[in-house]
Design a protein around this ligand. Structure first.
Ligand code: PFF
Length: 444
């Protein structure tokens, strides 16, 4: 007999945990550079449109599946439909595991940079030198691997304590801290001399730059940022009580996630413009451009420590949710012991993370379809398995699930029928068509 399922202790606890999953490296590291590469404000507008139509609707769909079944993604699909549908759950769990592996590598870098900001070894106003320090660091065969291990161990320590005492408790402390640090950094950045050019880049759209590639980037970013398409929201939804409302909580999570992304943009882009750096510097924006900017700012060391601490917090509450997807599967389906399972999955995560880390250095010669291991795994999950997962979830909730389950949504969330009708149209037609079209065109 399996022990009774844990539940979030309150609505706020759930919102903070789910927002913790959503707010992560995707918001602070990835969103600003993707926006920088895709022309600024025009990308932002497209991103916001996708988030509040398709993204928000898929968050609700995943929570419905989890809440209705009180099970992990595989168990949930088995319970609700059977047939081939559980495959969608397996793909989700595999995707979560793969993302977790390389997420720990990049999160490890943020941890390393936090430590190095304290010891004062990364900041330099010479951007070439910061770039060289970064390349030397990530291509080292040992140092980043050790930080990956430490970060994975931190995630394990949270998840093995369970849903309320581990995940929810961590989110209750870390999410408010994250918000405070973020606001301090926004205040610093937008008051820099010359910041207004960055604010304008971020807020004044130029639609001439929009292509299919922009839509593809915005959709991928929306799914990654809202933790969709790989069962994380199904899993967190499964710890809601069967009559907890979904709609309001989903809206909060979407709003918090998006606000943090926009605020992170307002930390990074104004600073980049104020110091005449390149907004389209790509993934290096955080680890190369910013340290050179911090070096030129009064009290820059302090802001650097705060910034990398912010990234560590954001990454930890997200990694925890990825780990929980895998752990919940073994705990539910095999009645496995949570503590042992968490440690074993954590150890495997580390083993799979090592090639990703080494792919940036000594193993850079090994490529899959022309990409190093980390880039290949990132491409596969972000561009293929996640949107496909989102597509399947939309189709499942829109067309396959029993109507009573969705009717619960109306009764328990107490939202007007017209809103539910709009959501149904999005989930049945708009989301599947948009995801499929953007996916096909983006890949071609
Ligand atoms: N949403 C997280 C971020 O923006 O960094 C990443 C993530 C977490 C994706 C959990 C997927 C997931 F299931």
């Amino acid at each position: 007999m399996a022990s009774e399922r844990e539940h979030w202790s309150s609505r706020l606890g759930f919102i903070l945990a789910a927002a913790g999953s959503a707010v992560g490296l995707g918001n602070i590291w990835r969103f600003p550079y993707v926006t920088g590469e895709n022309g600024g404000a025009a990308f932002l507008i497209i991103y916001l449109s996708i988030v509040f139509s398709i993204g928000f609707s898929v968050v609700i769909a995943e929570l419905i599946i989890g809440r209705a079944t009180q099970l992990n993604p595989v168990g949930a699909f088995k319970r609700l439909a059977g047939g081939v549908w559980p495959v969608a759950g397996y793909v989700g769990i595999a995707t979560a595991f793969v993302i977790l592996s390389f997420y720990c590598v990049i999160a490890g870098w943020t941890l390393a940079y936090m430590v190095k900001s304290i010891t004062g070894t990364v900041l330099s106003s010479d951007i070439d030198q910061v770039g060289a320090t970064f390349s030397t660091f990530i291509s080292d065969p040992f140092e980043p691997v050790i930080y990956t291990a430490i970060f994975a161990a931190l995630s394990v320590l949270v998840v093995l304590r369970g849903v309320t005492h581990g995940i929810e408790r961590a989110a209750r402390y870390l999410m408010p801290a994250l918000l405070v640090i973020l606001l301090v950094l926004v205040g610093r950045s937008v008051t820099l001399e010359g910041a207004s050019a960055g604010i304008a880049f971020f807020l004044q759209p130029d639609f001439s730059k929009v292509t299919w590639g922009t839509l593809f980037a915005a959709l991928g970013q929306a799914f990654f940022s809202l933790s969709l398409g790989m069962g994380a929201m199904i899993t967190y939804g499964s710890y809601l009580r069967p009559h907890d409302g979904i709609f309001g909580s989903a809206l909060w999570v979407t709003v918090i996630d998006t606000s943090v992304a926009v605020l992170a943009g307002l930390v990074i882009l104004p600073a980049v413009f104020a110091f005449g750096a390149e907004p389209s510097a790509g993934p290096g924006l955080t680890f190369i451009t910013l340290p050179s900017i911090f070096a030129q700012m009064p009290l820059g060391e302090v802001f650097a420590i705060l910034f990398f601490f912010l990234l560590v917090i954001a990454a930890l509450t997200s990694a925890v949710s990825l780990l929980e997807v895998v752990v919940a599967y073994f705990v539910d389906e095999f009645s496995a012991n949570r503590i042992n399972t968490t440690m074993i999955v954590g150890a495997f995560t580390f083993v799979v993370a090592v090639p990703s880390s080494l792919s940036l250095g000594v193993w850079s010669g090994y490529t899959i379809a022309g990409k190093g291991v980390l880039d290949a795994l990132d491409f596969l999950t972000n561009n293929i398995t996640m949107p496909v997962g989102g597509l399947l979830i939309a189709l499942f909730v829109g067309w396959v699930i029993k109507p009573e389950i969705v009717r619960d949504l109306v009764e328990d969330s107490k939202i007007p029928p017209i809103v539910v009708a709009a959501w149904r149209i999005v989930i049945r037609f708009v989301a599947p068509v948009a995801i499929a079209t953007i996916l096909v065109n983006g890949l071609v």
